[in-house]
Ligand binder design. Structure first.
Ligand code: SF4
Length: 379
């Protein structure tokens, strides 16, 4: 056993995890309360290596936000606008297709599309958007919509959630995004996202999607008003659903960005807190294969370090990000493919370009992929 763990107060938890015994909520809480970041990181790293070997992945993708108009006003949100605001936007079908064509020329394999709950766009707008994008390239993966958007679309379509998801799947939807989970506990949701769907509704949308054969990611927004107990409760609910459906491909912890919103938090989550959150998630969520270090919120430097604290994925090239940047994120708008590969190599991992479902498309040592040849180069 590594002496750092053997001499730590977490040695018993390490033995449990090494023996393949699932940790419980008390154990997870103990990890969150511990300040022994090195020991927690070493345990998480061991779990990650057991699951994913030395590989660390990224995706060549593009974000598109079709609109930031939203009928809700979640207190933590810096992205949403009302029609009276002069910095609201709404993209036409042609504008979306233009962005998609440009990105396809850069070698993307996935479009990641979310927006606010628009006050007047009809269901056909969304269906047409998915259909038109899929017709640009049948191999293009469309990862679209959060659970609350699906509830909104179901209301617009006057159909059940199941029928709405089926229609979107038939139109070309590949995966749901994991956004909107925030923190599941009702008391926290009331403080940060009053009016948003409940935990049960979020989980039910994903349950139905998984039942249709769909896959999705899941998230947790941390570092605002929640307690360690709230984080553990959140992870517990995700683990229970994953035991039931197996439909989550990856978990993405999202570091709260404190600017331009109604939640008074004096500073964002620290680097140590982010590393610990990623590591505890890796150890506790034993039934979810992949944990993403989301560079937009962390910065690429800290995301790179997280690859030795349980994370095995850096997310994507993204190209244009609004939600975190309107909340004050200082990271750049995009990463080149080369920057992702360099970050992963420097962390001592083998870079793997993945698809939406975390399946490898290219691995370091392979011939250049089409995306590698076409993706933008550094500078
Ligand atoms: S978090 Fe989503 S649902 Fe809430 S106000 Fe912002 S865009 Fe609207």
């Amino acid at each position: 056993m590594n002496p750092l763990i053997a001499n730590s107060k977490l040695a018993d938890l390490h033995e449990k995890v090494s023996a393949g015994i699932r940790i419980d909520e008390c154990d997870a809480l103990r990890l969150f309360r511990s300040d022994d970041l090195n020991a927690i990181g070493l345990i998480a790293n061991e779990v990650n290596r057991r699951k994913n070997g030395n590989r660390a992945s990224f995706i060549v993708n593009r974000y598109i936000n079709y609109s930031n108009y939203c009928i809700l006003s979640c207190q933590f949100c810096s992205f949403a606008r009302k029609k009276r605001d002069d910095d609201g936007f709404q993209l036409s079908r042609d504008q979306i297709l233009t962005k998609a064509r440009e990105a396809l020329n850069l070698g993307i394999t996935e479009l990641h599309i979310v927006g606010g709950l628009h006050p007047s766009l009809p269901f056909d707008y969304y269906l047409d958007m998915v259909q038109s994008l899929k017709s640009l390239d049948p191999k293009l993966e469309l990862k679209c919509f959060t659970a609350i958007e699906i509830l909104h679309l179901s209301w617009l379509a006057k159909q059940s959630v199941r029928s709405t998801l089926s229609a979107l799947k038939e139109a070309g939807l590949s995966s749901l995004t994991g956004g909107g989970a925030e923190i599941f506990r009702k008391a926290v949701r009331q403080q940060i996202a009053r009016g948003k769907e409940s935990a049960e509704e979020y989980l039910e949308v994903h349950r139905i999607w998984h039942g249709l054969g769909g896959r999705s990611t899941c998230t947790m927004l941390y570092g605002h008003v929640e307690t360690p107990e709230d984080r553990v409760d959140h992870l517990r609910k995700l683990r229970i659903l994953q035991d039931e459906t197996g439909g989550f491909t990856g978990f993405v912890p999202l570091a709260y960005q404190p600017e331009s919103n109604g939640i008074p938090v004096s500073c964002p989550p620290t680097g140590a807190d982010s590393l610990k959150t990623i590591a505890v998630s890796r150890i506790y969520l034993d039934n979810i294969d992949h944990i993403t270090a989301y560079w937009v919120g962390l910065g690429l430097g800290l995301a790179q370090v997280a690859l030795n604290y349980g994370a095995d994925d850096l997310h994507g090239t993204i190209i244009e990000e609004h939600i975190f940047h309107m909340a004050g994120a200082k990271s750049p708008q995009e990463q080149t493919r080369e920057a992702m590969i360099k970050a992963i190599r420097e962390a001592g991992r083998t870079p793997v370009q993945r698809n939406t479902f975390y399946e490898p498309l290219w691995q370091s040592g392979d011939d250049p992929s089409p995306a590698q040849r076409a993706a933008p180069t550094a500078g």
